[in-house]
Design a binder for this molecule. Structure first.
Ligand code: SAM
Length: 218
């Protein structure tokens, strides 16, 4: 799954993963993380997620990274926002008060691009990547995040042979393998979701569980 795949998805508007409503897990679990207002929240592989607006409204500085310029333009246009634009290393950075959105490749991010991060919101990001890229993603996260950083992660568990990702199956054992060596891993909730998401049944799934984790960098 290369970058062309995602550029084409955005160009052809095949973005079934995008949800206009603020994410229910984010709203439910975020307060328990106790991240102070004014801290910076990183949203990797952010697409045009409106969850960034929710986080800004809670008083956080938000930093997103997204490969597709189509997604980035859509985020600002659809939400009636206009941003200043500048070029920094590998990224075109779009900035307004409370938000910095880097358009470019997550895997090119260095700690200097990101600055001091207190928390990460990972919805449809880790699970968007095939297995080898997930391992690289977790390694990169480890390089970018300091001890104490919290990650709120949404993952899926389903029989991988029944459906091609994305989203990919990332079962509990894999979450622990990717993050357990450097994070405390706490499962916050696990819910069967096929009845709420019938399009996954149409894609061949017999079961699908959505799992939410609180990871704390050691
Ligand atoms: C499944 S979508 C999820 C978007 C968002 N997290 C959401 O909840 O709507 C995955 C996103 O990751 C972006 N992406 C994929 N590979 C990337 C990379 N290497 N660097 C930055 N963004 C990437 C894609 O363009 C796509 O918008």
């Amino acid at each position: 799954m290369d970058q062309t795949f995602w550029h084409e998805r955005w160009q052809q508007n095949q973005i079934g993963f995008h949800v206009a409503a603020f994410n229910e897990h984010l709203q439910q679990h975020w307060p328990a993380l106790q991240i102070s207002k004014g801290e910076t929240v990183f949203v990797p592989l952010c697409g045009k997620s409106r969850d960034m607006l929710w986080l800004m409204a809670q008083g956080y500085q938000v930093k997103g990274v997204e490969l597709s310029p189509v997604a980035v333009q859509a985020f600002f246009a659809e939400n009636g926002l206009s941003a200043r634009e500048c070029r920094k290393r590998h990224f075109t950075v779009h900035q307004l008060d409370g938000l910095s959105l880097c358009c470019g490749d997550f895997f090119q991010l260095g700690a200097n691009d990101l600055g001091d991060i207190a928390a990460v919101w990972d919805r449809a990001s880790l699970v968007a990547l095939p297995p080898l890229m997930r391992a690289e993603y977790a390694v990169r996260m480890r390089q970018l995040l300091k001890p104490g950083t919290r990650i709120l992660l949404v993952a899926f568990d389903y029989p991988q042979h029944e459906m091609q990702g994305p989203p990919f199956c990332v079962p509990s054992a894999e979450v622990r393998a990717l993050y357990g060596g450097w994070c405390e891993v706490e499962l916050l909730s696990a819910k069967e979701v096929l009845d709420d998401e019938p399009h996954f049944r149409e894609r061949g799934l017999s079961r699908m569980q959505e799992q939410v984790y609180n990871l704390t960098v050691r």
